[in-house]
Design a binder for this molecule. Structure first.
Ligand SMILES: *Cc1c(COP(=O)(O)O)cnc(C)c1O
Length: 445
């Protein structure tokens, strides 16, 4: 059988919240000024109240509202597919499956949380959603979500991407989102940076600071976050819960689960529902794949750090390369964040999660093999997961079942494939000295 499908009425009715099942509690996020734990009221200034509650909830399952399940049903349940052609090409003894999250309208897993955040904001009377975006995946997912709930969406897009990668901007506009090159003159922080550095090309850190300021200074506006936060990973568990139901249908148990990690939302949502099984003693390995150019899990440190370069967000205990980290211009834009989800960071620290880092050329080679065997052209981020799958499949036995999350397609990343085919993609390993240096500037806690 090639595809394992669920009927619409088999779609999970709750998300899974891992917090009560963690072997030890997470260290709390801290106020960047007082260094004391942040209060829910502070977070409610910028996030939907319901999302703040979910962020700290001790309930194991949280119901997905029916109105939201209706929106999910535009593309969910998504298929679980046996990658038989890829298995053959590698010559592996193991079975390989992938969960295809590229079938959503924006082409990735990101709308799973975008529509949830838009729904709760709408319910709380919010009129406008704001966010930042780098290459544009998150901005387009939120614009799609805004259209579903009739809300205004405003996206601060890093100026250099706005100019160089216009296609996702067109996608945002098609769904009614408004996209501005950041820094803008619409926020205090944006104006200040433009005065000081008139030729700046912007950065994700600046764009986050602008979006957060916008939300904090307008009562009808909230900020939506694309990854890292606990509630974002929880919204994404619909992915792993579907996989669980699909594997059960065919009587198969996974032995290795793999995903790519930027902020950790697609991989967390995919593997966390299986985490209790590992605690109960089931033999199952979880492998996070990341770029050698942004090696947060494999070379970063487990410390309190800011979520952004502007130091306006709370401090999170997480693996980090330092909030002053300037990502090299690799093509997997979604994997260039300096930090990582606090939940996944704790699991790495406890040795319950493994991480592997790869160079971008070997990663594109893996993605091209996938496209030529299974047919779908993967996003550059997804290529990292595929590379890890191929490496594990070569070593695997016939008892192994490798399942990975196919986080998105690469139809808006064709310029990166062009660069790969022309031989102009370069490998880059982030130097250890730079990480050491960045660690010096982390806040003392
Ligand atoms: C944004 C993105 C990622 C990385 O984000 P996570 O929060 O780590 O999942 C991975 N794949 C695709 C296709 C993306 O758009």
């Amino acid at each position: 059988m090639k595809k394992v499908l669920l009927r619409e009425d088999e779609m999970p009715k709750s998300w899974y919240n891992v917090l009560p099942d963690l072997p030890q509690p997470l260290d709390p996020p801290l106020d960047p000024e007082t260094k004391k734990p942040v209060k829910p009221e502070q977070l409610e200034l910028i996030f939907a109240k319901e999302c703040v509650e979910q962020e700290m909830s001790d309930k194991r399952f949280i119901e997905i509202p029916e109105e939201l399940r209706k929106v999910y049903s535009l593309w969910r349940p998504t298929p679980l597919v046996r990658a038989t052609n890829l298995e053959e090409a590698i010559g592996t003894k193991a079975k390989i499956f992938y969960k295809n999250e590229s079938v959503s309208p924006p082409g990735s897993h990101k709308p799973n949380t975008a529509v949830a955040q838009a729904y709760y904001c709408k319910k709380e009377g919010v009129k406008k959603l704001v966010t930042e975006t780098g290459a544009g995946q998150w901005g387009s997912a939120l614009s799609f979500a805004g259209a579903q709930f009739g809300m205004e969406v405003k996206v601060y897009m890093v100026k250099v991407s706005y100019e160089q990668k216009p296609y996702r901007k067109f996608l945002m506009e098609s769904w009614g989102g408004k996209c501005y090159p950041s820094p803008t003159d619409m926020t205090q922080i944006g104006k200040k940076i433009r005065d000081e550095f008139p030729n700046t090309t912007g950065s994700l850190g600046i764009a986050i600071s602008e979006a957060v300021e916008d939300a904090a200074t307008h009562s009808d506006t909230k900020y939506a976050i694309g990854s890292v936060a606990n509630h974002v990973l929880m919204h994404q568990t619909i992915v792993g819960l579907e996989v669980e139901a699909q594997l059960k249908k065919i009587g198969v148990k996974p032995t290795i689960m793999i995903g790519c990690v930027g902020g950790g939302s697609n991989f967390g949502g995919f593997m966390l529902p299986f985490f209790p099984k590992k605690l109960e003693g089931e033999k199952i390995r979880f492998i996070a794949a990341e770029p050698k150019a942004c090696p947060t899990f494999t070379k970063g440190r487990f410390r309190y750090d800011y979520g952004d370069t502007g130091k306006v967000t709370p401090l999170f205990k997480m693996y980090t390369l330092g909030s002053s980290f300037v990502p090299p211009a690799i093509h997997a834009g979604g994997l260039r964040y300096h930090g990582d989800s606090p939940i996944l960071s704790l699991l790495i620290k406890l040795g319950l999660l493994e991480a592997q880092a790869y160079h971008q050329r070997e990663v594109f080679e893996a993605g091209v093999l996938f496209a030529r065997t299974e047919g779908i052209l993967p996003a550059p981020e997804t290529n990292h997961a595929i590379k890890a799958v191929i490496e594990e499949a070569k070593k695997a036995s016939e008892d192994d079942v490798i399942v990975f999350n196919f986080s998105g397609h690469g139809h808006f990343d064709l310029a990166a494939y062009d660069a790969y085919f022309r031989g102009s993609l370069e490998d880059y390993e982030y130097p250890e000295e730079e990480i050491e240096k960045a660690m010096q500037s982390l806040p003392e806690i």
